[in-house]
Design a protein around this ligand. Structure first.
Ligand code: CDP
Ligand code: MG
Length: 841
């Protein structure tokens, strides 16, 4: 078989940590593949080809095998082909087709790898297919299937034994994405179960680094230590150049200057630049194209002028009675009809909340015109880029040009771009960071780990000796963390726990995590899910430790099943689940999208460079404040507060056609608005795919909500953000001045305040819910909306205690009038919230 021939440059002998089998295994079947001579030639150069025999023997002899090999050694593209040829896509007994499944943490990789493998094997996309969230080309004939890890998790929810699969390959395991970790934990149980049933499933874990102890040395995970096969990649030397100084802010500008220098002064060879996010990638691409034009692709923006009033929501007048939503009406969808994938955030640059304001790169471009005659063929690469545009990076650049790919960390290990000789590394990546106080995530640009920086450098030495330019000093590099910690240890896990409960894994604490999350994180997640109604309440009788144990093993509730089908965090999922009522879905989808994107509004308080600019900013600010009032509406509308402003802003912006001009005039960030539009489309599709009769259609425009709908929306928001409830400290409760106008929250001892940018800043409603707390000079609540006190016992029963007031006295700042029926030791009692007595049936 051609595949078994040695490539020209012989790599080192593989390390097989397990005892090798006695006799070389002969494949029982051999399925011929018709590859073109060019493909065959290229394959033979891949280091993994030399190991085919070893790999296949190990897989034959062991249920679980780990393969480690440098990026580019051929793991992702070749191992599925080895398996296909050896008949793993056929059931030898029944003679029907089975599936070889490969999981990728990134959507980009799943799509592009399936296309590549189909091409190499000369098979159609009907046979080598992919499935990512909301998108895929899987058919009944599919035999090799690339999926994102979130998709496979979803499939396990439907068919725990994954009976259609004969092999599961977990790719990029070194990235330690949360879903990858969970999949490995689940598969460690599924593999023996399948073995017992006489339908063995093979598990192959592939990693670009040799750091696999968490999988091999973890006896809770695998009873027998799986063998590790090491594939040595042919790597040419890469000279690493550190910057003397480390630019603190303008690393994008530094990248630009470095690329210009390389292009003007150094010999031929592709350039790969690592930046942090989509916005930065595009902005650098624009600058480089302008400096070294290859083709004119400046499309003129069309300007549409829409009169102000047409862009605003029309606000009807106040109605007297406040309607109520029904907490038990969450039948948004038939629970068994799951959607395809829920990992809205599975790509690190995908959620794309680009916080960088990225305004000023236009100014300096003009004076950087190059005199180099060789055009630069500049291509962007990031997760959300359309697949056909991504595929461009694998093709040779047009003759007479130099390839320059500006990428996020997708190019670090998932994709190998041919012909790269120079790497320009900004040393940063965009990471999702979680606020310990509020659990709300945000994207922050941070330094990468040393391991990542080395991976990036390695991209330069794939085809010949290369150079890596690190835009930071070696001292800064020494301060980088060695490896990044697994994702699961760094983030709140309520969404994960909900998914696991949906898999009927009740005792989450006993789950064989490769690296377990902290117990407090697990407990906090269960508590939140119980309060949201996603899990069934644990018993409150019995011994304390029994109660505690029960608390960590609550089964999922019907509402929880509905929530688990939405690709958003549980708090937001609850809002969506309740929103079928009164046609609130389009509005909730918009609010949830806007809250996910954040930073909708332009920073108009920034210091101005000149008097002219200062005057301009002042004008825009005045205009923004005027618009903010319009968007917030009047009367009862206003009480939805900042969320109404978000809704109004998005509504108005969409009526204007979402143009740059409209955004600029009205203080909106155009990029954020486009992102919201995209997320709304995705969420609408998600709701439709599980709820066919919802009949929502993806049209960014929507009619303004009615007043009654706004009231329902306030209740829906309260039901989702219940643990983010805050109550203004009343005059008689004032301890000292620092509590003036302050709010008490369930999660913090300190006073928090409504953020001055909030429309409710002056209103100071007694009860509010907030989206997040930010800390600047004080602790400020952002995304605030007002709550009617009588809704609390009705909509947040889990946070209330109905009956006699608790015996122990409330904290001293609260006089405790004894008229309440509403507190639970956990939340309300602690902050001494005293609700007016209400009739509860
Ligand atoms: O998974 P691993 O990083 O070990 O390697 P791979 O992704 O299987 O890539 C093997 C080779 O195929 C690399 O040299 C890539 O450049 C090449 N490849 C390609 O030319 N076009 C693609 N769409 C994907 C991979
Ligand atoms: Mg790979």
């Amino acid at each position: 078989k051609a595949g078994a021939e040695q490539p020209a440059a012989g790599p080192r002998a593989p390390v097989l940590l397990a005892a090798p089998s006695k006799a070389p295994c002969k494949p029982a079947v051999f399925i011929p593949v018709d590859r073109s001579p060019e493909i065959q030639e290229a394959r033979l150069k891949l280091p993994i080809l030399a190991e085919e025999q070893v790999v296949m023997e190990a897989i034959n002899d062991n249920p679980i095998v780990i393969i480690c090999g440098e990026t580019g050694s051929g793991k992702t593209t070749q191992v599925p082909q080895f398996l296909y040829e050896a008949g793993y896509a056929r059931d030898s007994i029944l003679g029907k087709t089975c599936i070889i499944g490969i999981t990728e943490p990134r959507r980009v990789a799943a799509v592009s790898m399936s296309q590549r493998v189909a091409k190499e094997m000369n098979l159609s996309h009907r046979v080598v297919s992919y499935q990512i969230r909301y998108e895929g080309n899987v058919t009944d004939e599919t035999q090799i299937k690339f999926v994102t890890d979130g998709v496979l998790l979803k499939e396990i929810q439907k068919d725990f034994l994954l009976s259609k699969y004969k092999v599961i390959i977990i790719d990029e395991a070194h990235e330690r994405s949360m879903y990858t970790d969970i999949l490995i934990g689940l598969l460690s149980r599924i593999v023996p179960l399948r073995h017992k049933k006489g339908l063995p499933l093979k598990l192959i874990i592939m990693s670009a680094t040799l750091r696999v102890e968490d999988f091999t040395a973890n006896t809770r995970l695998f009873s027998a230590q799986p063998p590790v096969i090491q594939v040595d990649a042919r790597q040419f030397p890469v000279t690493v150049h550190f910057n003397k100084k480390t630019p603190l802010d303008d690393y994008s500008g530094e990248c630009f200057r470095k690329v210009c220098k390389i292009h003007r002064m150094l010999p031929a060879g592709g350039i790969l630049v690592f930046l942090t996010g989509q916005a930065e990638v595009h902005s650098l691409c624009r600058r480089l194209r302008k400096a070294f034009p290859y083709q004119k692709n400046n499309t003129q923006c069309k300007v549409t002028c829409v009169p102000l009033l047409m862009c605003c929501f029309h606000l009807p007048s106040l109605s007297q009675t406040l309607p109520k939503i029904d907490l038990n009406n969450y039948s948004v969808l038939p629970p068994d009809e799951g959607d395809e994938d829920r990992d809205i955030d599975s790509d690190d640059d995908a959620a794309g909340s680009d916080l960088d304001l990225d305004l000023g790169d236009g100014d300096s471009e003009g004076d950087e015109k190059s005199d180099s005659s060789l055009p630069l063929y500049v291509l962007p690469l990031y997760s959300l880029l359309a697949p056909e545009k991504q595929a461009k990076v694998f093709r040779p650049p047009p003759p007479g040009t130099r390839l320059c790919v500006v990428a996020t960390n997708v190019a670090e290990t998932s994709l190998t771009i041919p012909g790269i000789k120079y790497v320009v590394d900004s040393g940063r990546e965009k990471r999702r960071c979680y606020d310990r106080i509020t659990g709300v995530s945000s994207f922050r640009v941070t330094w990468v780990s040393q391991a990542s920086a080395d991976q990036r450098a390695g991209r330069a030495g794939r085809t010949e000796p290369g150079h890596c330019y690190r835009l930071y000093s070696s001292a800064v590099f020494m301060d980088f963390e060695k490896f990044s910690a697994p994702e699961i240890t760094k983030r709140p896990v309520e969404d994960l726990i909900l998914q696991m409960k949906a898999l009927n894994i009740e005792k989450v604490i006993n789950f064989p995590f490769p690296t377990p999350p902290p117990t407090e994180a697990l407990a906090a997640a269960e508590e939140l899910l119980i309060a949201l109604g996603a899990l069934k309440e644990p018993p409150t009788t019995g011994r304390l430790n029994q109660q505690l144990a029960a608390k960590l093993s609550c089964p999922i509730s019907p509402l929880g099943r509905v929530m688990a089908t939405f690709p958003v965090a549980p708090r937001y999922a609850k809002m969506l689940a309740l929103s079928r009522q009164h046609q609130c879905l389009p509005y909730t989808i918009t609010i949830v999208s806007a809250m996910t994107v954040r930073e909708l509004f332009e920073e108009l308080d920034r210091p101005a460079g000149s008097e002219e600019e200062a005057a301009q900013l002042k004008g825009r600010r005045a205009r923004f404040l005027q618009m903010q009032k319009v968007w917030a509406g009047q009367g009862p509308m206003q009480k939805l507060g900042d969320l109404m402003v978000m809704l109004g802003a998005v509504g108005a912006c969409e009526y204007s056609g979402c143009t740059q001009e409209f955004c600029e005039q009205n203080g909106l960030r155009h990029k954020a608005m486009l992102e919201i539009r995209r997320l709304r489309g995705q969420l609408t599709t998600a709701v439709n795919s599980v709820c066919r009769d919802a009949g929502l259609y993806v049209d960014p425009k929507m009619k303004p909500p009615t007043e009654a709908q706004v009231t329902y929306l306030r209740q829906i928001v309260l039901a989702g953000l219940g643990d983010h409830l805050a109550r203004r400290v009343q005059a008689e409760e004032l301890l000292d001045d620092k509590w003036k106008n302050a709010y008490k929250t369930a999660l913090l001892e300190d006073p928090v305040f409504i953020h001055p940018s909030s429309v409710l800043f002056k209103e100071l409603p007694e009860f509010v819910v907030y989206q997040e707390i930010v800390e600047t000079t004080k602790l400020y609540m952002k995304g605030v909306s007002a709550v009617e006190p009588e809704w609390i016992p009705a909509l947040l029963p889990a946070y209330c205690h109905f009956g006699k007031p608790l015996e122990s006295p409330p904290p001293s700042y609260c006089p405790g009038t004894g008229r309440v029926h509403c507190h639970r030791p956990s939340v309300f009692y602690r902050v001494g919230w005293q609700l007016p007595a209400v009739e509860v049936d």
